[in-house]
Design a protein around this ligand. Structure first.
Ligand SMILES: *Cc1c(COP(=O)(O)O)cnc(C)c1O
Length: 365
């Protein structure tokens, strides 16, 4: 299913760009995920031709046959990454190769065609170049949403032989605007998000559809998000709806559940690579909900936070569940959480040196 020939994304500018004044108005307060730029990157795949009809072109509504496989069997994968305005006006991506590799892994799991990793990065960079005027000033950024959907019109159940890859871009402020004081998570003791052998480690729309009922329960209990537990014992921490979860212990460890049924987050991985500089030892091991509850009560767990491209690093200050509520530490964001958040944002926005080479500049001309 892989094409080895290089895939280029030539730019055909939209004949109807958003007027400058209107764009400036939209960028002044973009919110999250509701403003979209003028262009998309696009590629079509068929079993016969492989990837073709590629380009960066006007963003417009899709035309799909009512029998398109994605509409019935959720054969879909996606990614999320951001373009960051740098102090000198240039624009950089953050570790896009990790998103490209994960997108290819998700494609294999969902039996969708794999886009070559370089083509993924080229498509994203090509779109950022076309819509460079849409990259907002910090603290906002341009959120990029690559995705592949099965477009074949066919109601039998098998891997589709036609698919479409698109990248859409959305200038976005913080995901949890106004929640700087920290998030409260609802511990989902019944509804699970992923099971061993399932799709929990793929970034696919179906995982999100399956998590929405738990998220509604969280909302109904006045919580910001869900904490999912493992499907077998309903005991082991997995992750939040859209974020990985990490704990800081009093004896200087940064503990997070191991990969397997959770998403291999770029932010999670980056934090695990940064923490040694913060005097913490990164540990990936299972954590039970009893350990979380007891550790928060006796002070052996001092901080909890969640990571994701959209959420960056979000402090978690309290948990609720059907069996009770508890707070983390003093119920306010902890010092390691805030220091890691500042460091990560400084790297992403180009305010500090980048010895690890995580920033990838986008050539704007
Ligand atoms: C995307 C996502 C994350 C965060 O991954 P990042 O690469 O850090 O953005 C965490 N959990 C789930 C379920 C996700 O879909």
């Amino acid at each position: 299913m892989t094409t080895s020939a290089p895939v280029a994304f030539p730019h055909v500018p939209t004949p109807h760009p958003t007027p400058d004044a209107q764009r400036a108005g939209l960028l002044a307060d973009p919110g999250f995920g509701r403003v979209f730029t003028d262009h998309v990157a696009s590629a079509t795949w068929t079993a016969e031709l492989g990837w073709h009809d590629t380009g960066v072109r006007a963003s417009e509504p899709l035309s799909l046959h009512p029998a398109a496989a994605v509409l019935h069997y959720a054969q879909e994968i996606f990614e999320g990454l951001k373009a960051y305005r740098q102090p000198d006006g240039s624009v950089a991506l953050f570790r896009p190769a990790l998103n490209a590799a994960r997108f290819a892994r998700s494609a294999r799991r969902l039996a969708l065609p794999e886009l070559p990793e370089q083509a993924f990065v080229d498509a994203v960079a090509g779109l950022v170049r076309a819509d460079a005027a849409w990259v907002p000033e910090p603290p906002a950024s341009l959120y990029l949403r690559p995705f592949t959907v099965a477009t074949e019109a066919f109601l039998g159940v098998r891997a589709a032989e036609e698919a479409r890859f698109l990248v859409t871009a959305s200038p976005a402020g913080p995901l949890f605007a106004g929640r700087d004081a920290g998030l409260t998570l609802w511990i989902s003791e019944e509804l699970s998000r992923a099971a061993p052998g399932g799709t929990g480690d793929a970034k696919c729309g179906g995982n999100y559809a399956a998590g929405l009922a738990a998220q509604s329960l969280a909302r109904a209990h006045d919580c910001d998000q869900v904490l999912f537990l493992d499907a077998r014992e309903h005991r082991w921490l997995e992750e939040s709806g859209t974020m990985n979860v990490l704990l800081v212990t009093a004896d200087g460890e940064l503990v997070t559940p191991p990969l397997g049924t959770i998403l291999d987050g770029v932010t999670r991985r980056s934090v695990l690579e940064l923490v040694a500089d913060h005097g913490l030892t990164a540990v990936e091991r299972p954590v039970s909900v009893e350990e979380l509850r007891a550790g928060c009560a006796d002070g052996s767990i001092t901080e909890v936070f969640a990571t994701g491209t959209a959420a960056v690093i979000s402090p978690i200050v309290a948990f609720r569940s059907a069996t009770g509520a508890f707070t983390v530490g003093a119920g306010t964001p902890g010092p390691h959480t805030l220091a890691l958040r500042t460091e990560l944002l400084d790297i992403q926005f180009g305010r500090v040196p980048d010895p690890r080479g995580w920033r990838v500049p986008v050539a704007l001309t």
